[in-house]
Design a protein around this ligand. Structure first.
Ligand code: PMP
Length: 407
């Protein structure tokens, strides 16, 4: 572990909290991450010093706010290796970004007989928009199947991605299985048949160094709140060409070039997609978050998170009566599991009494639960502020749960 990683926990005030009289162990970063003082301070500074609407007035505060907002766009663009800041569209989060692509690009370009390809491990926000697009256009939704260990079956992917495929939508990292998907490889298959590659980066962008060009994505969606940023802010990155051919979703202020009584023309990308007053503070906070993560180093964070994910998977797999899901390695920094005979909600409740915060449920992945043949799972997820001692507390909480339910 690098020195920066070893000392970063002190940057997160919430991690000093006690829960039920025990020191908090936060293992739910895949749902939302905690926020460092550097991000909290950026929000406070903006509201205390420069708060104004952006792109409208010419007074000093408005100009400062606009510079901060556009500065955040540049920071995010650099963070993901975008070729220009204008390719970064601020949205409410991954869900909104994927819905924008479905409504603004796919509904416009797809027709009956076309095919959309996705996988059974997708979060509902990277599945339902495509179901609806297919229903509206007459296109067909097809799936890349999974191998028994929860990795993608690439051989079958080569069969399902074919001349009728117009769009492939895939998550870079699974929020349940911890699977690391070979995005660049699937993108090559998609592009070989002229299809567009949409990547759900909700779990990958916070943990993995992201280089959109190398990834081969046409669109990438992610959320600020899972990467040390505020809630309510996220990003749709798209290749300029794709964003230009995509329709806006929100019509109103600031997204226009010219309006007459009867008609209107659209502003250039990205303003075209940012109708209404944006989440200015959120974008500034996200800018501070990506600076914070970059200073620690995304390669170091990725190595650290993967190490914890693989270690936790191995340690939990050794415990009698515990089932773990997804590949053993390589895997990302989370592990979904079940304790025999105990409902995951009860698991989460016993954990909470021990000060250990995890998530239990279907994780917005009901088709994946059907594939796993379980109703729900518990899930522990790690981030830069976690370490091996948190895995000790996780294992102790499992032992406590077993004692409680299986005396
Ligand atoms: N995709 C994946 C893989 C996710 O894990 C999540 C969040 N759980 C989302 C999409 C949706 O993100 P948001 O709720 O921030 O829009």
């Amino acid at each position: 572990m690098t020195a920066a990683l070893m000392t970063c926990k002190k940057d997160f005030p919430i991690l000093q909290r006690q829960v039920h009289g025990k020191p908090l162990v936060y293992l739910d970063s895949a749902a939302t991450s905690q926020k460092p003082v550097q991000v909290l301070e950026a929000l406070r500074q903006y509201y205390e010093h420069s708060n104004a609407n952006v792109h409208r007035s010419v007074h000093t505060l408005a100009e400062e706010a606009t510079a901060l907002y556009e500065g955040a766009r540049q920071k995010v663009a650099r963070f993901i290796g975008a070729s220009q800041p204008e390719e970064v569209v601020f949205t409410r989060g991954t869900t909104e970004a994927l819905n924008f692509v479905a409504r603004g690009w796919a509904e416009k370009h797809l027709k009956a007989g076309d095919e959309v390809v996705t996988s059974p491990m997708e979060h509902h926000s990277n599945l339902i928009p495509w179901q609806v697009v297919c229903r509206r256009t007459g296109a067909r939704l097809r799936f890349i199947e999974l191998n028994p260990d929860g990795t993608l079956n690439l051989e079958q992917a080569g069969e399902v991605i074919g001349p009728r495929t117009r769009l492939v939508a895939l998550s870079a990292l699974s929020n349940v299985l911890g699977t690391i998907n070979p995005i660049a490889e699937v993108a090559r298959m998609a592009h070989a048949v002229g299809a567009v590659m949409v990547v759900d980066g909700a779990q990958s962008v916070p943990h993995q160094l992201t280089r959109v060009m190398e990834m081969g994505a046409d669109f990438l969606a992610f959320s600020g709140h899972k990467m040390c940023g505020p809630t309510g802010i996220g990003v749709l990155w798209g290749k300029m060409e794709r964003l230009e051919e995509m329709d806006p979703i929100l019509y109103g202020g600031e997204m226009i070039a010219y309006v007459s009584r009867d008609t209107a023309t659209w502003a250039a990308v990205p303003a075209k997609f940012e109708g209404g007053t944006p989440h200015i503070a959120g974008a500034i906070g996200l800018g501070a978050a990506v600076e914070y993560l970059s200073a620690i180093g995304m390669e170091a964070i990725w190595e650290h998170d993967r190490y914890l994910g693989e270690l936790a998977w191995r340690r939990l797999a050794e415990i009698p009566g515990v089932a773990v899901y997804g590949p053993s390695a390589p895997r990302s920094g989370l592990v979904a599991f079940n304790i025999e005979g105990v409902h995951p909600h009860d698991v989460a409740q016993v954990f909470d009494s021990q000060g250990v915060a995890i998530r239990a449920g279907h994780h917005c992945c009901q088709p994946l639960m059907q594939w796993l043949e379980v109703g729900a799972t518990a899930r522990a997820s790690f981030y830069l502020y976690n370490d091996e001692s948190d895995i000790d507390r996780l294992v102790e909480a499992i032992e406590a749960t077993k004692r409680y339910f299986q005396p």
